[in-house]
Write a protein that binds this ligand. Structure first.
Ligand SMILES: NC(=O)c1ccc[n+]([C@@H]2O[C@H](COP(=O)([O-])OP(=O)(O)OC[C@H]3O[C@@H](n4cnc5c(N)ncnc54)[C@H](O)[C@@H]3O)[C@@H](O)[C@H]2O)c1
Length: 305
């Protein structure tokens, strides 16, 4: 039994060596990492299908890709947290273009705070967008890939906050560890169908998310926040570098995809030197509270009175 089974277990799974002519769906394609990944995938010959919240911003990205000679298929604004809307998008997409070769869950939002300041809506919305959103996309688009029997690849964008316990990230981490759990199972479940899975764990990436992020208790116009934001941006990867890492991860069929070395290093510390990891996280928590004391002081409205 084992001698017959062993070669199958050890066999490398199929790789997508090139994106040329492949159909690639990108969520969050209107901005940041999603936009850069869609642009790069199109440069590499993929037919890209784009979705995000806003139709205007999506149209701009589609026009930019076409102007550069890239191929854009379906473009549709959808809220990924709306299962029915994702189902309709998937039906229109597969009716017009067949099953996808690569599905990329990149759309996401970020809200940070303490358990005293995060509102119930923050916890719920993060899970709805960052976890249920990718689940809706997976539910509707991966079964047609399996049925088509051509293999392919699934990319789920988690975060450093899907690996480590960063300050004030409890609600965000709930969603990002959630998508990590989904990915951890699917990397083995989908292997038999020749579908690879990549879990992308970006550290700091300089995208418009640094503007849209909500930190409970923090005035984003304050000089302190602006100074910290500038420091974050200075050390951050560019969306284009993140896109390179993601497509390299797809080509090499890598499960863990990091967009910067610091997160890869802290992940190694967490696994192999837990006491050092623990000291590092305590230091990070202390430093964050020193830099932005308003976060610890904040209360959600009904508790403020
Ligand atoms: N920028 C970073 O430092 C960083 C770090 C770790 C993880 N990430 C993750 O990377 C992914 C991309 O983020 P980004 O930095 O490019 O941010 P971004 O804000 O530039 O892009 C995110 C896109 O997702 C879209 N989106 C948000 N909610 C949506 C919804 N309900 N339905 C459909 N689309 C929706 C937004 O409209 C936006 O265009 C996110 O999942 C984010 O959590 C980013």
């Amino acid at each position: 039994m084992l001698p017959r089974l062993l070669p199958r277990l050890l066999r490398r799974s199929r790789r997508l060596r090139s994106l040329s002519g492949k159909h690639v769906l990108v969520t969050g394609a209107a901005s940041g990492i999603g936009r850069a990944t869609a642009v790069l995938a199109a440069e590499q010959g993929a037919v890209v299908h784009l979705t995000d919240l806003g139709a205007d911003r999506l149209d701009e990205v589609a026009a930019e890709i076409r102007a550069a000679g890239g191929r854009v298929g379906h473009v549709e604004a959808v809220d990924v947290s709306d299962h029915e809307a994702v189902r309709r998008l998937a039906r229109r997409l597969t009716d017009a273009h067949g099953s996808m070769d690569v599905v990329m869950n990149i759309a996401g939002i970020s809200r940070w705070g303490t358990v005293r300041s995060l509102e119930h809506e923050d916890w719920r919305r993060l899970v709805e967008v960052n976890l249920m959103g990718p689940i809706h996309v997976i539910e509707e688009l991966v079964p047609p890939m399996i049925d088509a029997g051509r293999g392919g690849h699934l990319v789920n964008v988690s975060s450093a906050a899907g690996i480590i316990g960063m300050p004030w990230h409890a609600a965000y981490s709930a969603s990002k560890f959630g998508i990590r759990g989904v990915s951890e199972v699917l990397r083995f479940d989908l292997r038999r169908h020749g579908i690879g899975v990549s879990l992308v764990c970006p550290g700091a990436v300089d995208t418009p998310l640094t503007e849209t992020i909500h930190i409970a208790g923090v005035d984003k116009a304050s000089p302190t926040f602006r100074k910290l934001q500038a420091r974050f941006r200075h050390g951050a990867a560019t969306p284009e570098e993140a896109a390179e890492a993601i497509l390299e991860g797809v080509r090499r069929n890598r499960y863990w995809v990091y967009t910067s070395r610091d997160i890869q290093l802290v992940h190694l510390l967490q696994r192999y030197l837990p006491p050092v990891y623990s000291v590092l996280m305590r230091t990070m928590s202390w430093g964050a509270n020193k830099a932005l004391p308003a976060v610890e002081q904040a209360r959600r409205p009904e508790r403020a009175a």
